[in-house]
Each structure stands twice: as C-alpha cells, then as structure tokens.
Design a protein around this ligand. Structure first.
Ligand code: PLP
Length: 566
C-alpha cells in the first residue's frame, strides 16, 4: 500500500498529463533508471551514453547516478595527456593520499568568510607568515597592531602579480597627484607604466591590458637571458609604477639580477626624487631560491623590494590554484587594495580579486610545510637541481654525425637558476629539423617537451610580434624540460633515452639520404616535410579539446617514418 505522502507526490507529478503523455513520461523514466543503476547489459564502466554534446552543450534534462557521473568524468580525463610526462608545465601534479584528504577538507571552506571560518583564516595567515619569513620580510616594518605579515593567498601567481600591480599603482597615484597638484579624478586620466623584461609570463599581458598600464621593456641577451639593469636608467620615469624582476623566467629558468636592479633603482630614485619600488615575480623561484646556496639577496632584504609573488602550486608543492603575495608593509601599499566586509557578521578583510574561494590551496600548502619542513624543501630542491644537472650533462654530450654538439644549452647551467633544462638544436649545424620537430617526435613516446619561438607580443606597440632577445630573431626557437619533483632520475633517464633514440633514428635516415644520388632534392623534401609538420601542429594547437599526442602520432607515422625525410 502506497503511503499518503507518496501518492500525493505521484498525483502532483503527473498532474495535467494525458494518459498517453504519462505513459511516454514513464517509459523515459524507466529507461533512465535502468541506465542509472540496474541496466543488465551495461555496467557503469561500459555504459555507452554520451556526456556532453560537442559544442553548445546543455545541462541534461535528467540527472544520473553518482557512479555514472563519476565514471563519465573519469573517461573525459582519460583523454588528457599524461601529467607526469608533461615536462613543459611547472605545476605540481602528484599528491600523497593524506594530502588529497586535506584538499577535500579545504574544498568546503570559503576562505573569504572569516566569521564562519576563523580557524581556517588563521591557518591562511599562518601560511602567509611562513612565506613572508622565508622571503625575509622585515617584522619591524609591519603595522604596530598587526599580528601577521601583510599578504594573501591567491589562485596563482597571476592573481598575485595583478594585486601587486594594483597596490603599486594606487601608491604611485597618490604620489603623482601630490607631485603635480592633481585631484583624485585628474590623476586617474594619467596612464602609468611598468618597467619589465620581455621574458615576462602571460600574466603581465593581462596586467597591461586589463589595468591600462604601458609596458616599458628591458631586452635580454640570449645568453642566460641576461638583462642589463643599466637600461632601467633610460626607462624609469615619473610615471613608472614599479619595476618587475623575474626570479626565474619560464623560458629557461634564469634569474634576473634583482640585487643589481635594486642598487640602480636606489640611484634613480635618489637622483629624481622618485619612490619607485620593485616587484619580484618569483612564481617559480619563490620556493627554490630560499633553498639555494650562493645566491645574492633577492628578496625583502633589498630595500626597494616592496612586493613578492609566487605560485604555491609550482615548486611550493601545493595543488593547482595556489598563489601567494606578500607586501613589505600595509601602510601605503596593501591597504590600498583592502576591502572591509561587515555583512557576514564580524569584520572580514578581502584584498584578493575574487571574494569567495575554496581553502584547498591554503590547506594543501600548510600540509606541505608541515610534511617537508625547511630541511625537506632544501633536500627536495637539491635533488631537483642534481637531476637537472645529470640530464643536462647527458644532453650536452649528444653529438651530431660530424662530431659537433647536437644541442646548444641555454639555461642557467652553472649559475643559480630554476631546475630547468633549456636548449635548442645547434643552429650551427643547419639541420633540416628543429626544436618543434623534436617535440613532435618525442611525443610519440608520451613525453611532452614544449618548443617555442623566441618572440613576444609587444603590447606597447599594438601587440606586434617582436624578438624576445636583443641578439636573436623572433623565428629562433628553443625547448625546455622542467624538473618538477615528480620528474625522478628514472623518468629523466627514460626521457633522455627517448631523445637519443629519436636522434639515432634521424641519423640513420640522414645516412640513407646521403647514399641517394640527388641530395639537394632530398633536402627540399625534408624541408617540405618539416613545414608540413609545423603547419599541422599549429592547426592542432588551435583545435579545442585536441588530443595532441594521438594526433601528432598519426602525423609522425606518416611523415617521420617516411623514407625520404633526409
Ligand atoms: C614568471 C611567471 N610569472 C607568473 C606566472 C603565472 O603563474 P600562475 O600560472 O600561477 O598564475 C608564471 C607561470 O608559469 C611564471 O612563470
């Protein structure tokens, strides 16, 4: 006998439907239920119903069982590339089981709400304090009534850099308005600039474009991406908000000489009566440099360093979606971007671009600090640098058929830098394959090693593509391998073996080509093939949801193994 509540629900549910419509409805419902839990021909693992349609997807009319939903998402993720074999990204992808539990713990906490989550906010502040300490932020410069350093957890370095820019911008505005006797409204009309090396990461493009800031560029030499800090003398002017130094650029992992930039900025400020500060974009180096020996002071020990940002999710070893910004002090800096909120009960302060956010990153970062400790981080960094060196030495020893080195190494090498190997196919050899061809060939073995051109979009000049370095054309290229902590010696050896196997194969092909009568024709064929691969890969990169490795494999099978490559 159906209970009265259920009968009422049934009546409501089918209210207004004709018998035919009710039968149709029930048929669909029976199908859906079978599919969700008791289908006799299909398990959750083999269920063949579609997930989302291709393009212009809609929320499905009916929900599905949890196992079904999860399995469908597992299948989608299965089509991604292998994250551990992606040597291009800096983002941490491996987690201990306990760490995953901690991440889920943070998932339901809204870190913007200090009224409901005071303990989690305290945890956030403790983590900021730990990082401020790591970067030698002076305690004596903190506000008298403050228990913590000024700083915030962000979604990543991008948000952290944007917050730094805003704090510097409002500080500059106040100064500029006073200097020129402008009102608050008048000074808003003045477009300021920042001085930054061309090897900036894309987050700064957002800064220029979203916040109406003119970039002024310092161009590096290709060798170690070395900028000349003296260039700042021609670039910094009274509309300069700040100078940015990058502690480790993502192309080759070398450090900008923040220590020299600081000295020169002191002179510039003194000579001109300016107050320009330095921002250190330590997205990757923020959790490497503190654990390296023989590196000059790069952090808050330098007087002009007012802000430092880093990605917790890179070498900080937290989970994706973790970044940190630390301000030297609150007064006339972070206070400019603080917003006070009282409607959640009590007072909450927010200085991030988003208000609500999960505490996942904060929790995982805290876990990692507890788990590794200073000693653990130091050992980890030493291990990464050592693995990078082993790999670099092997790559350096690879020779072409004429005995010349196959690669030109272009990372920090013997100097302090990130655990990054960067190189390019030796241009002196004039080989008919380049870094991109190599990337594609290696990807057949599931390794992703990205190649890129030495170019950047000049947003001071309408986004025109310009050479990244002063002494190399924008058509030049290179590639990098980031030695994240999951890239162990075993994996690194496999990557090296893969590269050297590919090279051996190419050498064989070259040998075959040389035995052919008309070598110039063969070279022409090789060039055509290379261009075809390059073009194909560009098309692939453009395609949304591309299955990069699989598609590239198809190209390679057709092209790379083709008999007339050389
Ligand atoms: C120097 C630098 N700054 C900023 C960023 C942006 O970091 P995120 O991806 O954490 O926003 C990166 C990322 O690689 C970087 O290398």
């Amino acid at each position: 006998m159906t209970d009265p509540l259920t009968s009422r629900q049934i009546e409501n549910e089918y209210d207004g439907l004709s018998n035919e419509e009710t039968i149709e409805f029930l048929k669909r419902e029976v199908l859906r239920l079978r599919d969700a839990s008791s289908n006799y021909f299909s398990t959750a693992l083999s269920c063949n119903t579609a997930t989302f349609s291709k393009g212009f997807s809609q929320i499905p009319a009916h929900g599905s069982a949890p196992t079904q939903c999860k399995e469908r998402l597992v299948q989608i993720q299965e089509l991604d590339n292998r994250p551990r074999l992606n040597t291009s990204s800096y983002v941490n992808v491996v987690f201990e089981e306990e760490e995953k539990d901690v991440a889920i713990q943070g998932l339901s906490v809204n870190i913007a709400d200090s009224s409901v989550y005071p303990a989690s906010i305290d945890l956030h502040d403790n983590v900021v304090d730990c990082i401020a300490g790591l970067w030698n932020c002076p305690k004596e410069e903190q506000a008298k009534d403050s228990k913590n350093f000024a700083g915030a957890g962000t979604v990543g370095s991008t948000e952290a850099c944007l917050l730094a820019l805003l704090a510097h911008k409002f500080r500059w505005r106040k100064w500029y308005a006073a200097r020129h006797g402008l009102s608050e409204t008048e000074v808003i009309g003045v477009i300021p600039n920042i001085v930054i090396p061309t090897h900036y990461q894309a987050c700064w493009e957002k800064a220029f474009r979203y916040f109406d800031v003119q970039p002024k560029f310092m161009y590096a030499e290709f060798d170690k991406f070395r900028i000349n800090p003296e260039d700042m003398k021609d670039l910094v002017d009274e509309k300069t908000i700040m100078v940015v130094g990058i502690l480790g650029n993502h192309y080759n992992g070398t450090y900008d000489p923040i220590w020299e930039m600081d000295k020169i900025l002191t002179d510039i400020n003194k000579e001109n009566g300016f107050q320009v500060g330095l921002h250190v974009d330590a997205a990757s180096g923020g959790f490497i440099a503190p654990f390296q020996d023989n590196i000059p002071a790069w952090d808050f020990r330098l007087k002009n360093v007012l802000t430092i940002s880093a990605s917790g999710h890179k070498f900080g070893e937290s989970s994706c979606g973790t970044g940190w910004i630390v301000f030297r002090h609150r007064e006339n800096l972070s206070e400019h971007i603080e917003v006070e909120v009282t409607y959640l009960g009590g007072i909450s302060y927010s200085m991030t671009l988003n208000f609500s956010r999960p505490a996942t990153g904060v929790y995982v970062q805290a876990y990692k600090f507890l788990r590794l400790g200073m000693h653990g981080y130091r050992r980890k960094v030493a291990n990464q640098l050592e693995t990078t060196m082993l790999f670099r030495d092997k790559m350096r020893a690879l020779k072409w058929t004429n005995g010349e080195p196959l690669f030109e190494i272009c990372d920090s090498d013997q100097e302090p830098g990130l655990p990054v190997f960067a190189a390019r196919v030796n241009p002196d050899l004039s080989l008919p394959f380049d870094d991109f061809d190599l990337q594609h060939a290696i990807s057949e073995f599931h390794w992703y090693v990205s190649a890129y051109r030495l170019s950047f979009e000049d947003f001071g000049n309408g986004g025109k593509v310009e050479p990244l370095c002063k002494d190399k054309p924008s058509s030049a290229s290179m590639f990098r391998v980031v030695f994240k902590s999951n890239l162990t010696v075993t994996l690194a050896e496999n990557l090296y073996d893969t590269i050297s196997d590919v090279i051996e194969h190419i050498k064989e092909k070259e040998g075959e080509a040389k035995t052919k009568e008309d070598e110039s024709d063969t070279a022409a064929i090789a060039m055509t093939i290379r261009k075809a691969m390059d073009l194909r890969s560009k098309q692939l990169r453009k395609k949304k949801n591309e299955h990069f490795i699989q598609s590239t494999c198809c190209v390679l099978r057709k092209v790379y193994i083709a008999p007339h490559r050389f």
